[in-house]
Design a protein around this ligand. Structure first.
Ligand SMILES: Cc1ncc(COP(=O)(O)O)c(C=O)c1O
Length: 459
């Protein structure tokens, strides 16, 4: 098994540091976009316009080359332009073209359903079609309610599940995302995401569930606010993705599973971002041996070349009824299924997960060194190809420092490294097949970016 090299540069060299950003060509296009496009989109774009991508490298219109540590919001798992993912897509596109898979089945659709059920936890025995992560989370919520006949779903503060009215309210990563609509979607209640760095709770009490977040759900939410018999289940990211790469403890999962079993709740996991190797396991639930009732997949499932998502379920969650409409016209296009089959094949044939673990080790080492050097970095986190730095005003108060976070992201871009500083941490999501030595060199530039940002702000 050998790893397909993830860049034409290959050997681990980084491209030269770019000129001032945005370069003149990019600046002209960005200015034009600001005249044309909804400001909520146009005002949040990176300071470049893409000319081409290959592997983990991004070329802009001005001749600059960047190292891509965003991977299109973790939807391009193995770098850009992999012919072995594009070829089967094009072949199926030529042979079949478009088809609404809710009306007419195709051979790639059958093969993909079989394959996904084979590689996901064995509690999952059924699958349904989706176009993207947002859509399958919406479907999962509908299925949870239909399967149990109960209205309420428990979500977690700090989670992210999409931007539609329903998914924005289910998640609560930042108030921005659900501003003005939080009261418009009912049927959800929330507990804080079990974030070891920011838990508002004391250590678990003696005689409780073994985990303080689950104690809070039991002692407060279910006692004062919500009847457990009205709850369909829980929908949770196994590792916070956009929310900064945070993983709950084994105690939390054990206590949550016990809670679900006690009240007959369904446990739904949103693996849209964690799925397909990002966490270092094929699916993040494998880290804790969780057997979910529902699992949402998207993003990397299409290999970075096709939009596709899926929701998988147990017999209880998905087997006993057929009257809930799901998906949309472009869910599971035959060529998107072909691309998804090809990316699964890549995971089967190449030591991708080994490479992810190497990236994790580098992240722990290099991001940990940044944290050790700067008290303004509260935590450095690395779970597989999910990595993050969380910036704080000081280590005692742990007050977030978004200004420093955004400046560190801008400085990294100026040094030719693209990261995601739009949320609650500086998020780093390399291609899972990025050569470790190139990743290490890129993190060295991030270290320099953090140094510069701390100095510039006089922190
Ligand atoms: C955990 C999680 N769920 C759902 C979504 C929504 O997926 P999409 O934007 O591809 O529809 C995202 C997107 O970032 C996500 O990170």
């Amino acid at each position: 098994m050998t790893l397909a090299i993830d860049s034409s540069e290959g050997g681990g060299l980084l491209p030269p540091v770019p000129g001032p950003l945005p370069g003149p060509r990019s600046a002209a296009k960005l200015a034009r976009l600001r005249e044309l496009v909804y400001p909520g989109t146009a005002n949040h774009l990176a300071p470049l316009v893409i000319a081409a991508k290959r592997g983990y490298l991004v070329d802009d219109l001005d001749g600059n080359t960047f190292v891509d540590l965003v991977s299109s919001s973790a939807s391009v798992p193995l770098g850009a332009g992999r012919e072995d993912l594009i070829d089967p897509l094009v072949e199926a596109m030529r042979r079949i073209g478009n088809e609404d898979s809710h009306g007419v089945a195709s051979e790639p659709m059958v093969a993909l359903a079989e394959k996904l059920l084979e590689i996901t936890p064995e509690s999952l025995t059924r699958i349904d079609l989706g176009l993207n992560g947002t859509e399958v989370v919406e479907t999962a919520v509908k299925l949870m309610r239909r399967a149990t006949g109960r209205p309420m779903v428990l979500g977690f503060l700090g989670g992210y599940h999409g931007e539609t009215s329903l998914t924005a309210v289910l998640g609560a990563e930042e108030t921005e995302i659900s501003k003005g609509i939080r009261s418009m979607a009912s049927g959800f209640f929330h507990a804080p995401y079990p974030n070891p760095y920011r838990s508002p709770f004391a250590p678990p009490r003696a005689g409780g569930s073994g985990d303080s977040t689950v104690d809070f759900i039991r002692d407060h939410l279910l006692f004062h606010a919500v009847d457990p018999e009205e709850v369909a289940g829980v929908l949770i990211e196994p590792i916070l993705g956009s929310g900064g790469c945070v993983a709950p403890s084994q105690e939390f999962w054990d206590a949550l599973v016990a809670l679900c079993e006690e009240y007959g709740w369904l446990l739904a996991v949103d693996e849209v971002k964690t799925g397909f190797g990002r966490s270092g396991e094929m699916f993040a639930v494998e880290k804790w041996g969780i057997r979910p009732d529902l699992m949402c997949l998207g993003k990397a499932m299409g290999g970075g070349v096709a939009p596709i998502g899926a929701v998988l379920g147990s017999e209880r969650a998905m087997g006993g009824y057929d009257d809930v409409p799901t998906g949309s016209t472009w869910s599971w296009l035959p060529w998107a299924c072909a691309a998804s089959l090809a990316v699964i094949e890549a995971f089967e044939n190449e030591p991708i997960l080994e490479n992810v673990r190497a990236l994790e080790a580098i992240g722990r080492d290099k991001l940990g060194a940044i944290r050790d050097r700067h008290p303004q970095v509260g935590e450095a986190r690395a779970f597989g190809g999910f990595q993050a730095l969380e910036f704080v005003r000081d280590r005692e108060s742990r007050e977030r420092d978004p200004e420093l976070q955004h400046l560190a992201g801008a400085k990294a871009a100026a040094l030719g490294i693209l990261t995601d500083s739009s949320s609650t941490s500086l998020n780093i999501q390399p291609s899972l097949s990025m050569p470790p030595e190139a990743f290490a060199a890129a993190l060295d530039r991030i270290a320099a970016a953090v140094d510069q940002a701390v100095t510039d702000l006089g922190r």
